[in-house]
Design a protein around this ligand. Structure first.
Ligand code: ADP
Ligand code: MG
Length: 252
């Protein structure tokens, strides 16, 4: 796997410094305070989960990292550098990539065309070919369906395509928004095995999920978001055995 961002190795990151840091991030939609001051850190090589009920602010958190919503307060930093002035496209170029909720693939474009769109910042043909090989190795189902229109894929395959497209940008930080949503359990397993494999290849991952069980079993650390605020954070295994989490998110 060579999907990791090419500048990753030379990334100037002090020992022990977070790759991604949110401090007191606030986002409002009109009068609705969706994020009321979120603090979150993701260290290089980690898979960090953010769990929470529908409407807690998970998608908004990812949008704040991508620059898709304006901040009403606080800061987002990548490798210690504030991103406030950066457009979404610049953030992609700096190595942040999002596989959005609901997948948002182009149904009338082929699988290959969808993947190529993810590589719009890497027009170098050789790098593109290598990354495409990595993605099809990771998701053989996509390799078998390259000429098929995206809209004809199953939900799980579309999710693979959304993740594959995000990887085509060769991120150092991959943001995943509910990759298990609406997908058959067998494909959920495949997708989460792929997520672990992506992390092993050197990509840092922030995983947003309503499926608490699979999120906590895939990640090292986790944050629990509740109505726009971090209610709990810690080691994923410890959170999975926390009675409060079990009652609220794991069905008791
Ligand atoms: N575009 C929007 N306009 C107005 N309110 C929004 C918009 N997007 C999200 N919200 C509201 O912000 C809150 C957080 O939403 P969201 O980040 O989508 O939560 P989650 O991803 O955890 O389900 C919810 O109350 C939601 O209704
Ligand atoms: Mg959401």
């Amino acid at each position: 796997m060579r999907v990791a961002h090419p500048t990753r190795a030379s990334l100037a990151l002090a020992d022990g410094a977070p790759l991604l840091e949110l401090t007191d991030v606030k986002v409002s939609y009109g009068g609705i305070k969706a994020l009321k001051g979120v603090d979150l850190r993701v260290f290089p090589g980690e898979i960090v989960a953010m769990i929470g009920a529908n409407g807690a602010g998970k998608t908004t958190t990812l949008k704040s990292i991508m620059g898709l919503v304006p901040l009403a307060g606080g800061a987002v930093k990548l490798a210690g550098r504030p991103l406030a002035q950066d457009t979404t496209e610049q953030r992609v170029a700096e190595g942040i990539s999002l596989a959005p909720e609901g997948r948002a693939i182009f149904p009338n474009l082929t699988v290959l065309e969808n993947l190529e769109l993810g590589a719009y910042l890497h027009r170098d043909a050789k790098a593109m070919k290598e990354t495409l090989e990595d993605v099809t190795e990771l998701f053989p189902r996509l390799g078998e369906r390259m000429k098929q229109e995206g809209g004809t894929l199953s939900g799980g395959e579309q999710q693979m395509l959304a993740i594959g497209r995000a990887l085509m940008a060769r991120p150092r930080l991959l943001l995943l928004d509910e990759p298990s949503l609406g997908i058959a359990p067998k494909l959920v397993q495949q997708i989460f095995r792929a997520i672990a494999e992506i992390a092993r290849s050197g990509v840092t991952i922030l995983l947003v999920e309503q499926n608490t069980r699979i999120a906590l079993s895939t990640s090292q650390r986790a944050y629990v978001l509740r109505t726009g605020e971090i209610a709990l954070e810690g080691d994923a295994k410890e959170l999975a055995s926390n009675p409060e989490i079990q009652a609220a998110y794991l069905g008791g």
